[in-house]
Ligand binder design. Sequence first.
Ligand code: AMP
Ligand code: TRP
Length: 344
Amino acid sequence: MTETTAKANFAKRVFSGIKPSGGLQLGNYLGAIKRFVQTQDQGEFETTLYCIVDLHAITVWQDPADLREATYEVTAGYLAAGIDPEKSILFNQSRVPAHAELGWIFNCVARVGWMNRMTQFKEKAGSGAEKQSLGLYAYPSLMAADILLYHATHVPVGEDQKQHVELTRDIANKFNHDYKVDFFPETIPVIEGPAMRIMNLRDGTKKMSKSGESDMERINMLDDADAISKKFKKARSDMEALPETAAELDHRPEAKNLVNIYAGLADLSVDQVLAQYAGEGWGKFKPALADLAVDQLAPISTEMKRLMGDRAELDRYLARGAERAREIANPILQQTYDIVGLVR
Ligand code: AMP
Ligand code: TRP
């Protein structure tokens, strides 16, 4: 289906998810959660759904106790950063079995050749693809199910997820085409702003992630002010001063990353940050960045810690969110079964 036949009859709905596969890091905040809150609050969308995608997390081994802990941490992170469980639907994926059910149907729509092109699988599997779980390989088809189960039209994500959202469109198009229906919408990946790809503080060519050799590579959402300051002050940079234009950062990955982080935290463009700091050295920029980060992140981590101390409260939010999610998901799954010809 082409852009010109994009269907107007779908309400503007947002879906996005985060894996509980370890603690939240700054990339999750700037690339995802902070924007989810803005999307929720700007009131442009009929429904915003934010998920803790636990079924995605177990595509690689998770210790059960750690998985539970991380599920609460991600829930607390969403809430502490400003996701309002009244305005948005906040829930964990496994509580809505329709995700797995639609995921299976999409396993039968998606082609092996499409999966073979997924760069995230290739990166994660490295040379050991044969030893990976079948779930890790099929991961993007479950992700398509997460999105299309709600007829979501907009998916805010970091840069690394673009290919998966494009695959979601391919799956929707093939389903609509094969069954001669106009049932699943075209999904738009929403990837904008300076912080769509936050890099490792020790190596500006690697993405910041929840796992990684050294804790100094990333800012964890639960880091205290001292840790945040220390990590930014020790972050790798280079010998040059800050330039006047964004283009001059293109061959300076570490410098570019630190400026992007500043811009993301301060809600400024890269040009605006450079207008303020051009000609300055790291001795001035890094402490300013550390102060800004502490300012923005400390209230969130304090609230996260409070929330994590009250599991009953978090459980109530998740149970209620799942109930609301099922109200949207179940009719869509049932219609899908009817379209496919499954007798129910
Ligand atoms: P994950 O932690 O892999 O489940 O990712 C959850 C969300 O955070 C996705 O939208 C990712 O694109 C985003 N994200 C994760 N790491 C980064 C990063 N280093 N920079 C920007 N966005 C990120
Ligand atoms: N694959 C995403 C990640 O690695 C997480 C995810 C799962 C997701 N389902 C989703 C993101 C649906 C957006 C929409 O971060």
